[in-house]
Design a protein around this ligand. Structure first.
Ligand SMILES: Nc1ncnc2c1ncn2[C@@H]1O[C@H](COP(=O)(O)OP(=O)(O)OP(=O)(O)O)[C@@H](O)[C@H]1O
Length: 263
Protein backbone atom coordinates (compact mmCIF):
# COMPACT_ATOMS: atom_id res chain seq x y z
CA UNK A 1 0.00 0.00 0.00
CA UNK A 2 1.26 3.51 -0.73
CA UNK A 3 2.40 5.55 2.24
CA UNK A 4 0.21 8.49 3.10
CA UNK A 5 1.65 12.01 2.89
CA UNK A 6 -0.64 13.05 5.73
CA UNK A 7 0.32 13.09 9.35
CA UNK A 8 -2.82 14.01 11.30
CA UNK A 9 -5.33 16.55 10.04
CA UNK A 10 -2.79 18.17 7.79
CA UNK A 11 -4.22 20.49 5.21
CA UNK A 12 -3.01 21.74 1.86
CA UNK A 13 -3.17 25.20 0.46
CA UNK A 14 -2.91 25.35 -3.30
CA UNK A 15 -4.80 24.20 -6.39
CA UNK A 16 -4.01 22.20 -8.47
CA UNK A 17 -3.17 19.20 -6.38
CA UNK A 18 -0.02 17.20 -6.26
CA UNK A 19 -0.95 14.75 -8.95
CA UNK A 20 2.53 13.31 -9.42
CA UNK A 21 1.41 9.78 -8.58
CA UNK A 22 -1.41 9.93 -11.10
CA UNK A 23 -0.68 8.07 -14.26
CA UNK A 24 -3.83 7.22 -16.12
CA UNK A 25 -3.76 5.55 -19.52
CA UNK A 26 -5.25 7.65 -22.31
CA UNK A 27 -8.13 5.22 -22.68
CA UNK A 28 -8.73 3.70 -19.31
CA UNK A 29 -11.15 0.73 -19.23
CA UNK A 30 -14.65 2.13 -18.78
CA UNK A 31 -15.96 1.41 -15.28
CA UNK A 32 -19.07 3.59 -15.45
CA UNK A 33 -21.09 4.11 -18.60
CA UNK A 34 -24.38 5.93 -19.12
CA UNK A 35 -25.81 5.79 -22.60
CA UNK A 36 -28.82 7.88 -23.58
CA UNK A 37 -30.20 7.91 -20.04
CA UNK A 38 -33.52 9.68 -19.56
CA UNK A 39 -35.13 9.99 -16.14
CA UNK A 40 -38.48 11.65 -15.56
CA UNK A 41 -40.47 12.29 -12.41
CA UNK A 42 -44.24 12.76 -12.21
CA UNK A 43 -45.00 16.47 -11.99
CA UNK A 44 -48.65 17.36 -11.54
CA UNK A 45 -50.48 16.24 -14.65
CA UNK A 46 -47.23 15.98 -16.63
CA UNK A 47 -43.64 14.88 -16.13
CA UNK A 48 -40.40 16.61 -15.26
CA UNK A 49 -37.31 15.51 -17.15
CA UNK A 50 -34.48 15.29 -14.63
CA UNK A 51 -32.03 13.59 -17.03
CA UNK A 52 -32.36 14.16 -20.74
CA UNK A 53 -30.52 11.55 -22.84
CA UNK A 54 -27.40 11.71 -20.72
CA UNK A 55 -24.36 9.80 -21.94
CA UNK A 56 -21.10 9.52 -20.04
CA UNK A 57 -18.08 7.25 -19.75
CA UNK A 58 -15.68 7.31 -16.84
CA UNK A 59 -12.64 5.06 -16.95
CA UNK A 60 -10.81 3.28 -14.16
CA UNK A 61 -8.52 5.79 -12.49
CA UNK A 62 -10.35 8.85 -13.83
CA UNK A 63 -12.09 11.54 -11.79
CA UNK A 64 -14.88 13.67 -13.25
CA UNK A 65 -16.10 16.84 -11.53
CA UNK A 66 -19.80 17.42 -12.14
CA UNK A 67 -21.05 20.98 -11.78
CA UNK A 68 -24.28 22.80 -12.56
CA UNK A 69 -26.99 24.93 -11.04
CA UNK A 70 -29.37 23.72 -8.37
CA UNK A 71 -32.07 21.49 -9.82
CA UNK A 72 -30.09 20.73 -12.99
CA UNK A 73 -30.02 16.97 -12.34
CA UNK A 74 -26.66 16.27 -10.67
CA UNK A 75 -28.08 14.22 -7.78
CA UNK A 76 -30.38 12.41 -10.19
CA UNK A 77 -27.34 11.42 -12.25
CA UNK A 78 -25.62 10.05 -9.13
CA UNK A 79 -28.77 8.16 -8.10
CA UNK A 80 -29.06 6.55 -11.53
CA UNK A 81 -25.33 5.73 -11.63
CA UNK A 82 -25.68 4.17 -8.17
CA UNK A 83 -28.51 1.98 -9.57
CA UNK A 84 -30.76 3.37 -6.83
CA UNK A 85 -33.18 4.81 -9.38
CA UNK A 86 -34.05 3.14 -12.68
CA UNK A 87 -34.22 5.46 -15.68
CA UNK A 88 -37.12 5.22 -18.14
CA UNK A 89 -34.70 5.01 -21.09
CA UNK A 90 -31.04 4.31 -21.70
CA UNK A 91 -28.38 2.03 -20.33
CA UNK A 92 -26.43 2.23 -17.07
CA UNK A 93 -23.39 -0.06 -17.01
CA UNK A 94 -21.19 -0.61 -14.01
CA UNK A 95 -17.97 -2.56 -14.48
CA UNK A 96 -19.32 -3.75 -17.82
CA UNK A 97 -22.65 -4.94 -16.46
CA UNK A 98 -25.95 -3.46 -17.64
CA UNK A 99 -27.89 -2.75 -14.43
CA UNK A 100 -31.28 -3.12 -16.12
CA UNK A 101 -30.48 -6.71 -17.13
CA UNK A 102 -30.04 -7.76 -13.51
CA UNK A 103 -32.65 -8.88 -11.02
CA UNK A 104 -33.25 -6.60 -8.07
CA UNK A 105 -30.99 -8.82 -6.02
CA UNK A 106 -28.35 -8.76 -8.72
CA UNK A 107 -28.47 -4.98 -8.74
CA UNK A 108 -28.12 -4.90 -4.95
CA UNK A 109 -25.08 -7.13 -5.26
CA UNK A 110 -23.64 -5.00 -8.05
CA UNK A 111 -24.08 -1.90 -5.88
CA UNK A 112 -22.52 -3.58 -2.87
CA UNK A 113 -19.55 -4.97 -4.78
CA UNK A 114 -18.81 -2.25 -7.32
CA UNK A 115 -20.04 1.10 -6.01
CA UNK A 116 -18.75 3.30 -3.20
CA UNK A 117 -20.78 6.33 -2.16
CA UNK A 118 -19.67 9.43 -0.29
CA UNK A 119 -22.08 12.11 0.84
CA UNK A 120 -21.55 15.56 2.24
CA UNK A 121 -22.15 14.35 5.80
CA UNK A 122 -19.93 11.38 6.72
CA UNK A 123 -22.71 9.66 8.72
CA UNK A 124 -20.32 7.77 10.95
CA UNK A 125 -21.67 5.68 13.80
CA UNK A 126 -21.03 7.70 17.00
CA UNK A 127 -20.02 4.78 19.21
CA UNK A 128 -17.46 3.22 16.86
CA UNK A 129 -13.79 4.01 16.38
CA UNK A 130 -12.48 4.91 12.92
CA UNK A 131 -11.14 1.40 12.52
CA UNK A 132 -14.45 -0.17 13.57
CA UNK A 133 -16.39 2.02 11.09
CA UNK A 134 -14.45 0.35 8.29
CA UNK A 135 -14.54 -3.18 9.69
CA UNK A 136 -18.29 -3.11 10.24
CA UNK A 137 -18.85 -1.82 6.71
CA UNK A 138 -16.88 -4.78 5.37
CA UNK A 139 -18.72 -7.13 7.77
CA UNK A 140 -22.03 -5.93 6.36
CA UNK A 141 -20.78 -6.62 2.84
CA UNK A 142 -20.09 -10.19 3.96
CA UNK A 143 -16.30 -9.86 3.97
CA UNK A 144 -14.03 -11.91 6.22
CA UNK A 145 -13.34 -10.17 9.52
CA UNK A 146 -9.62 -10.84 9.61
CA UNK A 147 -8.95 -9.47 6.13
CA UNK A 148 -11.32 -6.58 6.88
CA UNK A 149 -9.17 -5.54 9.83
CA UNK A 150 -5.99 -5.61 7.76
CA UNK A 151 -7.64 -3.71 4.94
CA UNK A 152 -9.08 -1.16 7.37
CA UNK A 153 -5.61 -0.50 8.77
CA UNK A 154 -4.13 -0.12 5.28
CA UNK A 155 -6.87 2.29 4.19
CA UNK A 156 -6.59 4.36 7.36
CA UNK A 157 -2.88 4.66 6.66
CA UNK A 158 -3.61 5.77 3.10
CA UNK A 159 -5.89 8.55 4.28
CA UNK A 160 -3.41 9.57 6.99
CA UNK A 161 -5.42 8.41 9.97
CA UNK A 162 -3.36 5.60 11.46
CA UNK A 163 -2.96 7.60 14.65
CA UNK A 164 -6.72 8.21 14.77
CA UNK A 165 -7.73 4.56 14.23
CA UNK A 166 -8.91 4.23 17.83
CA UNK A 167 -10.78 7.54 17.99
CA UNK A 168 -14.54 7.97 17.80
CA UNK A 169 -16.20 10.56 15.52
CA UNK A 170 -16.55 13.22 18.25
CA UNK A 171 -12.77 13.05 18.75
CA UNK A 172 -12.10 13.82 15.08
CA UNK A 173 -12.21 17.07 13.10
CA UNK A 174 -14.70 17.44 10.22
CA UNK A 175 -11.93 16.79 7.70
CA UNK A 176 -10.80 13.67 9.51
CA UNK A 177 -14.38 12.37 9.65
CA UNK A 178 -14.70 12.83 5.91
CA UNK A 179 -11.41 10.95 5.42
CA UNK A 180 -12.78 8.03 7.47
CA UNK A 181 -15.86 8.17 5.25
CA UNK A 182 -13.69 8.01 2.12
CA UNK A 183 -11.69 5.07 3.49
CA UNK A 184 -14.96 3.30 4.36
CA UNK A 185 -16.28 3.80 0.83
CA UNK A 186 -13.18 2.06 -0.55
CA UNK A 187 -13.15 -0.95 1.75
CA UNK A 188 -15.15 -3.08 -0.67
CA UNK A 189 -12.73 -2.28 -3.55
CA UNK A 190 -15.42 -0.66 -5.70
CA UNK A 191 -14.99 0.10 -9.41
CA UNK A 192 -17.00 3.30 -9.14
CA UNK A 193 -16.96 6.05 -6.52
CA UNK A 194 -19.92 8.45 -6.45
CA UNK A 195 -19.32 11.55 -4.40
CA UNK A 196 -21.97 14.15 -3.60
CA UNK A 197 -20.70 17.53 -2.36
CA UNK A 198 -17.89 16.09 -0.18
CA UNK A 199 -16.73 19.51 0.97
CA UNK A 200 -20.01 21.20 1.81
CA UNK A 201 -19.41 20.92 5.56
CA UNK A 202 -15.69 21.82 5.50
CA UNK A 203 -13.57 24.97 5.45
CA UNK A 204 -11.38 25.79 2.46
CA UNK A 205 -8.15 24.05 3.44
CA UNK A 206 -9.84 20.89 4.62
CA UNK A 207 -12.00 20.89 1.47
CA UNK A 208 -8.96 21.04 -0.74
CA UNK A 209 -7.27 18.26 1.23
CA UNK A 210 -10.34 16.04 0.82
CA UNK A 211 -10.65 16.65 -2.93
CA UNK A 212 -6.92 16.07 -3.46
CA UNK A 213 -7.19 12.87 -1.45
CA UNK A 214 -10.09 11.71 -3.65
CA UNK A 215 -8.00 12.40 -6.76
CA UNK A 216 -5.03 10.47 -5.43
CA UNK A 217 -7.11 7.49 -4.30
CA UNK A 218 -8.96 7.48 -7.64
CA UNK A 219 -5.64 6.86 -9.38
CA UNK A 220 -4.14 4.52 -6.78
CA UNK A 221 -7.25 2.35 -6.51
CA UNK A 222 -8.10 2.64 -10.22
CA UNK A 223 -11.65 3.58 -9.41
CA UNK A 224 -13.92 5.69 -11.67
CA UNK A 225 -14.94 8.72 -9.62
CA UNK A 226 -17.77 11.19 -10.23
CA UNK A 227 -17.74 14.10 -7.80
CA UNK A 228 -20.63 16.56 -7.67
CA UNK A 229 -19.43 19.91 -6.42
CA UNK A 230 -20.93 23.37 -6.27
CA UNK A 231 -17.48 24.77 -5.68
CA UNK A 232 -15.70 25.28 -9.00
CA UNK A 233 -12.48 26.07 -7.16
CA UNK A 234 -11.84 22.35 -6.71
CA UNK A 235 -12.62 21.40 -10.31
CA UNK A 236 -8.95 21.62 -11.47
CA UNK A 237 -8.08 18.77 -9.11
CA UNK A 238 -10.27 16.41 -11.16
CA UNK A 239 -9.23 15.02 -14.56
CA UNK A 240 -12.24 16.45 -16.38
CA UNK A 241 -15.31 18.57 -15.76
CA UNK A 242 -18.83 18.31 -17.15
CA UNK A 243 -21.78 20.63 -16.60
CA UNK A 244 -25.43 19.69 -16.08
CA UNK A 245 -28.06 22.13 -17.29
CA UNK A 246 -31.77 21.34 -17.29
CA UNK A 247 -31.04 17.61 -17.25
CA UNK A 248 -28.58 17.72 -20.16
CA UNK A 249 -24.90 16.92 -19.67
CA UNK A 250 -22.11 18.73 -21.51
CA UNK A 251 -19.24 16.78 -23.00
CA UNK A 252 -16.53 16.31 -20.32
CA UNK A 253 -13.62 18.70 -20.84
CA UNK A 254 -10.20 17.59 -19.61
CA UNK A 255 -8.70 19.90 -16.99
CA UNK A 256 -5.06 20.88 -17.30
CA UNK A 257 -3.60 18.47 -14.79
CA UNK A 258 -1.69 17.27 -17.84
CA UNK A 259 -1.61 13.76 -16.45
CA UNK A 260 -4.40 12.14 -18.39
CA UNK A 261 -6.54 12.18 -21.48
CA UNK A 262 -10.23 11.79 -21.04
CA UNK A 263 -12.11 8.76 -22.38
N1 LIG B 1 -37.92 12.35 -6.16
C1 LIG B 1 -38.24 13.38 -6.97
N2 LIG B 1 -39.53 13.58 -7.35
C2 LIG B 1 -39.85 14.60 -8.16
N3 LIG B 1 -38.96 15.47 -8.68
C3 LIG B 1 -37.67 15.33 -8.32
C4 LIG B 1 -37.24 14.29 -7.45
N4 LIG B 1 -35.90 14.39 -7.28
C5 LIG B 1 -35.51 15.45 -8.00
N5 LIG B 1 -36.56 16.02 -8.63
C6 LIG B 1 -36.52 17.17 -9.54
O1 LIG B 1 -35.62 16.83 -10.59
C7 LIG B 1 -34.83 17.96 -10.97
C8 LIG B 1 -33.37 17.61 -10.79
O2 LIG B 1 -33.11 17.50 -9.39
P1 LIG B 1 -31.68 17.08 -8.80
O3 LIG B 1 -31.85 16.98 -7.33
O4 LIG B 1 -31.18 15.91 -9.54
O5 LIG B 1 -30.81 18.38 -9.18
P2 LIG B 1 -29.42 18.85 -8.56
O6 LIG B 1 -28.65 19.45 -9.69
O7 LIG B 1 -28.79 17.74 -7.82
O8 LIG B 1 -29.88 19.98 -7.55
P3 LIG B 1 -29.14 20.45 -6.19
O9 LIG B 1 -27.81 21.01 -6.59
O10 LIG B 1 -30.07 21.50 -5.66
O11 LIG B 1 -29.05 19.24 -5.30
C9 LIG B 1 -35.30 19.11 -10.10
O12 LIG B 1 -36.27 19.84 -10.81
C10 LIG B 1 -35.93 18.42 -8.90
O13 LIG B 1 -36.93 19.23 -8.33
Amino acid sequence: MPTSPFTSDQTASAVPSDTSSRTVPAHAPTALELDGVTLTYPDGAGTLTALDEVSLRVGAGQMLALVGPSGSGKSSLLAVAATLVQPQHGVVSIAGRDAAQLSRRGRDRLRRDEIGMIFQQPNLLPSLTSREQLIIAEDMRGGARRSAAARADALLEEVGLTDAAGRRPHELSGGMRQRVNIARALIGSPSVLLVDEPTAALDHDRSLTVVQLLARLTAEHQVATVMVTHDTEYVPVADAVATMRDGALSRPEPTDTGKTSWN
